[in-house]
Design a protein around this ligand. Structure first.
Ligand code: SIN
Ligand code: MN
Length: 279
């Protein structure tokens, strides 16, 4: 899938593109059906919410789940990002975020590139998030919030918050957020399951808790230009990948048909991938 010149202008201006209903219900169903057994697994890749058994985020399913291994090679997610960077891509991070009904906790205001630079020594902001909604996202179930245009500010000073939620995050202070919002406002793309968002790694974003009775499960591919691979392996490999092999796309119908894909962590995560620091 190629972006039009108009979409490229919009992406440059706002820092994100929204594609409602990009994936068909039957394609999304294949992914939804796999979530309960993934979330039920007791493995380090499942980070649970503080004080609850609900999964906040599941890492690296593309290495041990067949449908997600295919999604990680989907041309509708990979090609537009490759077009923007003019480079081949590798998978820096792969997450299935729960934001489960009643239990889904906040994600504080942050830029993803802040973490990738500070923790992983990724040289430039040449990495992109692509999200797909597995559930409908509405105003009640904790939609992602973006500050349009905030990606143009570059990397903003951030503090390492290790206490608000169960997952440590480099977060941005309230004064800075207030100033950015004065200029750019806040948007939250909402739409049916199967909708896709592409967003710049410097775009400031957050989401509130989910007090509704509806789950808000979303998948996030963080795709990095191969030439921009991370230089430090401080975080475990299941969070920040160290395999910089370019992604080869499968055909567009890959979620509905059988294709051979490797599942190297099917029988468990290798010992080295669990280690917090190698260098
Ligand atoms: C993220 O920023 O990585 C996740 C935010 C969310 O799922 O709401
Ligand atoms: Mn983020």
């Amino acid at each position: 899938m190629k972006l039009t010149p108009q979409q490229l202008v919009e992406f440059e201006r706002d820092g994100y593109l929204f594609f409602p209903g990009m994936f068909k219900p039957e394609e999304i169903q294949v992914l939804i059906d796999e979530v309960p057994q993934l979330y039920a697994q007791r493995r380090p890749e499942n980070v649970r919410e503080k004080g609850s058994d609900a999964v906040r985020t599941n890492f690296a399913a593309h290495l041990y789940s067949y449908p997600y291994a295919k999604l990680a090679r989907h041309p509708r997610m990979i090609e537009p990002v490759s077009q923007v960077f003019g480079d081949e891509l590798y998978m820096h991070q792969f997450k299935i975020n729960g934001k489960m009904a009643f239990d889904g906790d906040v994600w504080q205001w942050h830029q993803d590139y802040g973490t990738w630079k500070n923790d992983d020594q990724m040289p430039e902001a040449k990495a992109m998030n692509v999200a797909i909604f597995l559930d409908e996202v509405n105003e009640f179930n904790g939609p992602l919030m973006f500050i349009p245009g905030s990606h143009k500010v570059g990397v903003i000073d951030a503090a390492h918050d290790t206490s608000t939620t169960s997952y440590p995050l480099w977060t941005i202070d309230q004064d800075t957020i207030t100033k950015l919002v004065r200029r750019g406002g806040i948007v939250s793309p909402k739409g049916p399951a199967g909708s896709m968002i592409m967003f710049h790694s410097c775009l400031v974003h957050a989401s509130t808790s989910n007090l509704s009775p509806w789950n808000r499960v979303s998948v996030y591919l963080s795709l990095c230009a191969v030439s921009n691979h991370i230089r430090r392996f401080k975080r475990p490999e299941y969070i920040a990948h160290r395999d910089f092999t370019p992604i080869r796309c499968l055909p567009d119908d890959c979620l509905l048909r059988h294709y051979e894909v490797p599942l190297p962590w099917k029988d468990g995560t290798p010992e080295e991938a669990l280690k917090p620091a190698v260098v």
